[in-house]
Design a protein around this ligand. Structure first.
Ligand SMILES: [Zn+2]
Length: 173
């Protein structure tokens, strides 16, 4: 069954693929037209984290934002996955196969369109890793840190700025 959730008003102008909004951070192939869902563009990740932009709509984050974190991120109190604004968080929870619990394993191996393209560290991190439970970490702000477990990758840290709340995402069938 194809799930194509309603698209929020602020995302109607974004490109779409398969009925889903293409996040601002999602890289496209050099010729355009093919979006590499599930991969992160290293430069875009850097821009998102350092400029405090939402990784889905690309707009500046306000005083409420969400970091989707895995259990391993909770241990380090930081996430390399850039934050999202609340409306994009609600959309992502419905649209993203990982967050919606519809995919239980990351893609194994490389995307065919990426064959021969060197992957960034963060792309490698997303590939073929076992799926973990996800948590929504509601933050007011974050510090930009070098990820303790992934040297050379920036992460958003809530160690110094206590999050508003941390909620497990319900696992859906
Ligand atoms: Zn957004």
């Amino acid at each position: 069954m194809t799930v194509t959730p309603d698209i929020p008003v602020h995302l109607v102008d974004r490109p779409r693929a398969g009925g889903l909004v293409v996040p601002w951070i999602t890289p496209a192939t050099a010729g355009g037209g093919l979006y590499l869902f599930g991969t992160i563009d290293g430069l875009s990740q850097y821009r998102c984290v350092t400029r405090r932009l939402c990784q889905v709509c690309g707009r500046r984050l306000g005083e409420r934002a969400v970091l989707f974190a895995r259990e391993s991120d909770l241990l380090h109190q930081c996430a390399a996955e850039p934050a999202v604004c609340p409306p994009c968080a609600a959309y992502s929870r419905r649209a993203c196969p990982m967050l919606a619990g519809r995919r239980h394993q990351y893609r194994a191996g490389n995307h065919p369109a990426l064959a021969g393209t060197p992957m960034t560290a963060s792309q490698v991190l997303r590939q073929a890793a076992p799926a973990e439970p996800w948590y929504a970490v509601w933050i007011r702000d974050y510090d930009v840190v070098d990820h303790p477990a992934q040297p050379g990758t920036l992460a958003a840290s809530w160690q110094r700025i206590p999050p508003r709340r941390i909620r497990p995402l319900p696992a859906t069938a």
